[in-house]
Write a protein that binds this ligand. Structure first.
Ligand code: T5A
Length: 210
């Protein structure tokens, strides 16, 4: 092993944007180049964080107040960062994560009304403010992405099932985050065949592979 820290790539975007599909395709492409890859997701990725995922996506009782929801996402992330992400990066693996803190900023911070400062403060406390080396933001027309989810036919979870205005606010928040940090984010058109989208993503991380 070279001893170099691995790279950390996060996929972000709204429901059905193709994050999981593209995370898998990128992991395969990197492995084919001989790179060690850990593919993971949020909320989840470790036993503790997966237990919190179940509480978040299928809440017991009447559902979480906004503040509790943000705390649970931050707690799941703290466990994931400490037990999986940081150790993998330290041993030189690349980590590909299906959603990370920018989901909390867009969903809980912006659409949920808690504000960006609250979320970044929780992230600073829980995960020492860890940032991805590159965020791949998958963007596509609302109706096209909704069509993908309808075709998949699964029951919506507690967050996916929120009203269209909530998801529009999420999409606008992701766009604003990307605009404010053009070095950190690559905005990728999510419409097209999976392999065409994958090629766009490879181009967008070319500098990290060099
Ligand atoms: N959340 C999460 C927060 O509120 N705050 C946070 O901090 C975090 C981390 C997570 C929920 O939690 C919220 C956001 C979410 O609401 P989840 O089940 O992990 O829940 O939900 P998503 O991350 O949105 O996952 P999805 O599976 O819904 O969407 P993906 O991963 O973007 O899409 P994917 O790849 O599964 O594809 C969806 C469907 O489209 C097809 C796939 O085969 C699949 O059927 N597809 C394509 N079809 C045509 N063309 C393409 N290019 C396609 N790519 C994929």
């Amino acid at each position: 092993m070279s001893g170099a820290r691995g790279r950390f790539i996060a996929f972000e975007g709204g429901e059905g944007a193709g994050k999981s599909t593209q995370a898998r395709l990128l992991a395969d492409a990197l492995r084919a180049r001989g790179i060690a890859v850990v593919i993971t997701r949020e909320p989840g990725g470790t036993p503790g964080a997966e237990a919190i995922r179940a509480l978040l996506l299928d809440p017991p009782g009447e559902g979480w107040p906004a503040e509790a929801e943000a705390l649970l996402f931050a707690a799941a992330r703290a466990d994931h960062v400490a037990h999986l992400i940081r150790p993998a990066l330290a041993r030189g693996a690349w980590v590909i994560c299906d959603r990370f803190v920018d989901s909390s900023r867009a969903y809980q911070g912006s659409a949920g009304g808690l504000g960006d400062e609250a979320i970044t403060t929780l992230h600073a406390f829980g995960s020492a403010g860890l940032r991805p080396d590159r965020v791949i933001l998958l963007e596509g027309d609302e109706a096209a992405l909704a069509g993908r989810l309808a075709a998949r036919g699964e029951r919506a979870d507690a967050i996916e099932g929120r009203p269209a205005e909530y998801h529009r606010a999420v999409a606008a928040a992701f766009r604003a985050l990307a605009k404010a940090d053009p070095q950190g984010f690559a905005v990728i058109d999510a419409i097209g065949a999976p392999d065409a989208v994958h090629q766009r993503i490879l181009l967008a991380i070319g500098d990290l592979l060099a």
